[in-house]
Write a protein that binds this ligand. Sequence first.
Ligand SMILES: [Zn+2]
Length: 391
Amino acid sequence: MSATRTAPGVTSPPTRGDQRSETGGQNPLASLTAEQIEQLGREFDAIHDEVFANLGERDARYIRATIRLHRHLVLGARLVLLRSRRRSLWLLGTAALSVAKILENMEIGHNVMHGQWDWMNDPDINSRTWDWDTASPAEAWRHSHNYEHHTFTNIRGKDRDLGYEIMRIDPHQRWHPIYLLQPLYNVVLMAFFEWGVAVHDLNADAIRSGEKSKRQALAELKAIGGKARRQILKDYLAFPALSALVSGRRTFRSTIAADFTANVVRNVWAHSIIFCGHFPDQTYTFSQDEVADETRGGWYVRQLLGAANIDGGPLFHFLSGNLSFQVEHHLFPDMPSSRYTEIAPRVREVCRRYGLPYNTGPLRKQLGSVHRTIVRLAFPGGRPRPKPVAR
Ligand SMILES: [Zn+2]
């Protein structure tokens, strides 16, 4: 089931009036009447249903070809890395393995585990059976991401992805001296992002409060241990040993270095794309009061205002798992990612008609504003950044 479909199904209309958002500037939601918000909700529902009525062979071919491409890339990279002591082959193999891991993580793993391809009824390409080559066990990730993050997007105190609990990325978060270190530990988080996400999924607060039983926490911790063991066995023992067997003992270490580098490249890339999805200056965050009576249309508007896209060409979108269409992904988390590029102009047009901003910008601008925020909010105070006006 998609997060769109399981969005808090609230029925009463939102509180009207001057909803001056605490996040700075007028919350654009306040400029719409209750009827307009509902009409907008119906328009987005119609885009969703139209695409789903039209899914078929072309889409199935796309995801199967992507999975095939990933497998060929891995195979090619592993073969080249058998001779990883040669510098040029090390570079080639490491680059290919990095791209393969990025594909597997983003365009394949994230999207398959969202249920975007469940309509195919393929027993393998399915959110209930798919697992990925990253540290987060599939089930815990599905709960923290598909459900928590996609339902409570950018609601302060409810969306645990807002700063991943260790970063102050919104001026409303209370400052603590530990945040002085966030520009530093953010660099560590970039390199080991998958492990950060896995620990984050454990939800220490829920364990402390008893909301998550010790037994479940232990089971999840064991699952992360299993993931760690698999990655160590595969990337730091089996493949290096194979290289050593083929090309001599010293290839063991050069293959370890290649695998480690590919894991770090994948983590830095995923961190950058994902942080650009919600933390650039353009995005709004919401208090729990602001969304208390949220309707379905209001839920769509919150997704629009809380997410931001990254401009780029087809290859860039492919390598970002189409999460460069974060706005479209948040409106329709269960829609096959390959369709986001098609519906983007329609979403933009709806925004224009309703006077809502369509958040987007080039990577350097989005990433620049994210890192600026991380550095600025390491220190006390800070004000919400000015928001773009609707185009
Ligand atoms: Zn998602």
